[in-house]
Ligand binder design. Structure first.
Ligand SMILES: NC(=O)c1ccc[n+]([C@@H]2O[C@H](COP(=O)([O-])OP(=O)(O)OC[C@H]3O[C@@H](n4cnc5c(N)ncnc54)[C@H](OP(=O)(O)O)[C@@H]3O)[C@@H](O)[C@H]2O)c1
Length: 317
């Protein structure tokens, strides 16, 4: 596919202040695009606004009038909003389906015809509310009449991710880590490859009307992933595979732990392997980075960042 990312566009990004956004936004800005990020709390994400061509605006992404107002200045919109758990007031259906429907309606009204929608591998399959509502949001996008592109990643790794950092923190905590769904298979995809896919999508109108499954070259069981993280950390920890009866109990109890390290809905998602069938990265001309060779640098950076944060806290900054 041709990469026409050189043509600068005015892009509105929803959910651009999170993990993927923190990698995507600098890349799109470096390509010369003018970016407006909508956030529910821009003060928390001021670091992104220091980039040239990036501005962050406070807005509720469910507010149709606010969306229309911001879309009037945009050529295309990228929707990265998504939740892995229902925490606080956040609900799967509202964050995935209702928000997407509001966005589609706002695009029509503002005359914006191009939509990039982040979804997930296996969206619309299985029994988890996460995957079910992702599938429903995809259906809304497909029926929108807009020129849409859907990105369907497996679990994403990279600096600031929720995969390596979550398990690294759990492994540091205890000598034994009981693990639900140990044999679930995943194909972790590098955040820079996900970013590259979206950059291609933005630059190439021929990606309209297409979905891209984004997965890495290594398919690993969950327990192999956690063991690889443990080994890269140089820790001696026992990882205890749980049968599903105990895994379900762990998932239920996990909902009462701050940050919900696991929930019943996560457990239901893990009943499906997060592996793809059509290599979207290859279709986009992107060579996928493998997971395990990335771990030492990822964990080293994290250690350095943690030491830096501790030093800053100690210095009262
Ligand atoms: N990370 C992965 O491994 C992975 C894998 C597959 C798919 N995905 C999908 O990729 C997208 C980006 O992932 P990510 O890891 O970057 O997400 P993230 O960091 O958890 O969140 C992205 C942003 O979404 C906004 N947001 C969160 N909850 C919201 C809510 N209830 N209503 C409205 N806005 C909300 C937040 O922005 P503000 O607080 O600034 O408003 C947040 O910074 C998501 O759709 C995610 O589901 C991620």
């Amino acid at each position: 596919m041709t990469d026409r990312s050189a043509r600068p566009q005015r892009l509105l990004i929803l959910g651009g202040t999170g993990f993927v956004g923190s990698h995507l936004v600098p890349r799109l800005a470096a390509d010369g695009h003018a970016l407006t990020l909508l956030s529910r709390n821009r003060e928390r994400h001021r670091e992104l606004a220091v980039l040239p061509q990036v501005r962050i605006r406070n807005a509720d992404p469910h507010d149709r009038a606010a969306l229309i107002a911001h879309l009037r200045d945009a050529d295309a919109v990228i929707n990265l909003v998504g939740i892995l758990n229902e925490t606080g007031g956040a609900r799967f259906r509202r964050a995935h389906v209702e928000l997407t429907a509001t966005l589609v309606a706002a695009c029509r009204e503002a005359g914006v015809g191009r939509l990039h929608q982040m979804s997930s591998l296996r969206a619309g399959e299985g029994r988890s509310q996460y995957l079910t509502t992702r599938g429903e949001a995809e259906a809304v996008v497909r029926a929108s009449g807009l020129a849409w592109t859907i990105y369907r990643p497996s679990v994403i790794f990279g600096p600031g991710d929720g995969l390596v950092s979550r398990f690294a923190a759990l492994l540091r905590l205890a000598p034994v880590l009981p693990l639900a769904r140990p044999q679930a298979r995943l194909a972790p995809v590098a955040v820079q490859d996900v970013v590259a896919a979206i950059v291609r999508g933005v630059g190439d109108p021929a990606t309209a009307g297409r979905s891209f499954e984004l997965y890495g070259p290594e398919t690993l069981t969950l327990i192999a992933i956690v063991r690889a993280i443990r080994d890269a950390m140089g820790l001696h920890r026992l990882i205890l595979p749980l049968p599903d009866t105990l895994g379900r109990v762990q998932a239920r109890l996990g909902e009462f732990i701050p940050g919900k390290p696991i929930s019943r809905d996560n457990f239901l998602s893990l009943l499906l392997d997060s592996v793809g069938r059509e290599d979207g990265l290859a279709a986009l001309g992107i060579r996928a980075h493998p997971f395990r060779p990335a771990l030492p640098a990822l964990l080293h950076d994290r250690g350095r960042q943690a030491r830096y944060d501790a030093a800053r806290a100690g210095a009262g900054r």
